[in-house]
Ligand binder design. Structure first.
Ligand code: FES
Length: 174
């Protein structure tokens, strides 16, 4: 057993945020544990489902590899403790609980529907977003909460529970 495997643990997540259809699904292999050192982000693809594996300071979590703002791949972002930063609009999200830590620079709606304006540098007057369909789209885009895929550590590998239809596709193609 390597140092990475020994130190790796599975992080808890809010049970109400489990990905639909995955709570009771069978586990399938996602990745060798040693391929995910602490602080790293990896995309793992199952059929047409891209999953983000993140080795946070709480342990490993799995969510969709799509930013909860406008779906950019979070695996291309950065991880600080439990907070993942998106490469597209600099939104920051806590993988421990799914909360928004830093609103995307575009502004828009928080998960509870609260409106947040376009980002403005400190000391500058608030920026106006020129009216039009793109501005409306930014204003009305609601940041979603993460959906988590249950994980376990088995034989030095990270295993994942996927929605039943994805798991069936993966198993059939194995
Ligand atoms: S797509 Fe990630 S912050 Fe906008």
């Amino acid at each position: 057993m390597t140092e990475t495997t020994k130190s790796l643990s599975i992080a808890p997540f809010p049970p109400e945020l489990v990905a639909p259809g995955s709570a009771e699904a069978p586990f399938v292999v996602a990745l060798a544990a040693e391929a995910l050192p602490e602080g790293s982000l990896r995309r793992v693809t199952f059929g047409d489902l891209d999953v983000l594996l993140a080795h946070t300071s709480n342990g490993v979590v799995a969510v969709d590899d799509r930013c909860p703002h406008m779906s950019a791949p979070l695996s291309l972002g950065s991880l600080d403790g439990c907070v993942v930063a998106c490469p597209l609009h600099r939104g920051r999200f806590d993988l421990a609980n799914g909360e928004v830590v830093g609103m995307p620079t575009t502004g828009g709606l928080l998960p509870d529907g609260t409106y947040v304006p376009v980002w403005t540098p400190d000391g500058q007057p608030p920026r106006s977003d020129p009216p039009g369909p793109k501005s409306d789209a930014r204003r009305l885009t609601r940041v979603r909460r993460f959906r988590y895929y249950p994980l376990r550590l088995h034989d030095g590998r990270i295993e994942i529970r996927l929605p039943a239809e994805v798991a069936a596709e993966v198993t059939a193609g194995a």
